[in-house]
Design a protein around this ligand. Structure first.
Ligand SMILES: [Zn+2]
Length: 349
């Protein structure tokens, strides 16, 4: 994809997108690159790109990674792009990666909201928060909870968009992509990488809309136990998002409910990886006074550490979708037991 000299090409103005396009140019024979949407802002155009490694068959197991849904959270996009780079190299020379890619897909959408990232804002070009934009109402979230999503004004953060309006182009493109690529898979895991909340790295599964238990609780706990056993010193706090806060319009709640209605016995866990950025701020107080600083590490050694830190998690999840028997589709007695353990662990019952 040649950047050319067109001054109206938004690709030129955003380093994260430039890097992605550079990598896309070198994926020939390793992965397919697809433009999920062509986004426009003022007189500039921005592609929403997806990369697919592995077979075309949508029923094969799949891990899908998403980043850059919130334009301020550049580090999430960089974490996914960095993994793309690693995978490109492994796919060239590592036989075990090549063998895994014969049967198991790995999809990457590293920059969902390029316009927001260019503008240094959380929302997209229409000032809509893409993670509050799905038609989902949270239960018991009343009054002035701006953070949980609102329809008051696009000038305020966490704006959901107008009531009854179609979803934003970015959100719609992700829904279409997930329906096409993940819904038919025998086993599917997605990870959407964010930053800006709390001190520890959290791996959230649904729901954001309710404190009611997630239907895939047994699988989520079995997978957490597998992670605990395989990497005893891992740093992630695995929990339902609702333990931290509730929100309207969560895209993953929306997609999960749709999936569940169509595939009541299926296995799909949409995770949100929330990088605990307050720890970086704590170690570097001037960062607190910078808008981007709240969501991104500012010192180069810290950024490098974060880019390295999550590679093993993505590797683990990729192995887990390929070798899913320890956690997916547990037999009824074990499922019951896991479900009850999950209720005790996460839902206080
Ligand atoms: Zn975010």
């Amino acid at each position: 994809m040649n950047l050319g000299e067109n001054p109206h090409d938004g690709r030129r103005t955003l380093p994260e997108l430039r890097e992605l396009l550079f990598l896309a140019d070198h994926l020939h024979g390793l992965a397919t690159v697809e433009t999920l949407a062509n986004l426009e802002y003022q007189d500039k155009a921005f592609p929403l790109l997806a990369m697919r490694f592995g077979p075309d068959d949508p029923t094969t197991p799949v891990l899908a990674l998403f980043g850059g849904v919130h334009g301020l959270e550049r580090i999430g996009s960089r974490v996914v792009t960095s993994y793309l780079q690693t995978l490109m190299e492994l796919a060239r020379w590592d036989r075990s990666t090549q063998r895994m890619l014969e049967t198991t897909r790995l999809l990457l959408v590293p920059l969902v909201n390029p316009v927001g990232m260019m503008l240094n804002r959380r929302a997209n070009g229409n000032s809509v928060d893409l993670m509050r934009n799905a038609p989902v109402e949270a239960e018991g979230l009343k009054g002035w909870h701006l953070f949980g999503g609102h329809r008051l004004s696009p000038r305020l953060a966490w704006y959901r968009g107008r009531r009854g309006a179609p979803m934003e182009a970015e959100t719609q493109a992700i829904c279409d992509f997930v329906r096409r690529e993940l819904f038919q898979a025998e086993v599917a895991i997605s990870v959407d990488v964010h930053s800006g909340y709390g001190i520890v790295d959290r791996l959230w599964f649904p729901y954001a809309k309710t404190r009611q238990p997630f239907a895939g609780l047994a699988e989520a706990l079995a997978l957490k136990q597998l992670l605990d056993r395989t990497y005893a010193h891992h740093v992630y706090r695995v929990e339902p998002q609702s333990r931290e806060y509730l929100a309207h319009g969560d895209l993953w709640d929306y997609l999960y409910d749709e999936y569940r209605a169509a595939h009541p016995a299926g296995c799909f866990i949409p995770f949100t990886l929330e990088l605990g950025s307050w720890a970086w701020v704590k170690k570097n107080w001037p960062q607190f006074f910078s808008l981007l600083g709240m969501f991104n590490p500012r010192l180069p050694h810290r950024e490098r550490r974060i880019l390295r830190r999550h590679v093993f998690l993505f590797d683990f999840l990729y192995r887990a979708v390929q070798s899913s028997s320890p956690w997916a589709y547990p037999e009824p007695p074990r499922r019951e037991r896991l479900h009850h353990q999950g209720l005790e662990l996460w839902y206080g019952s």
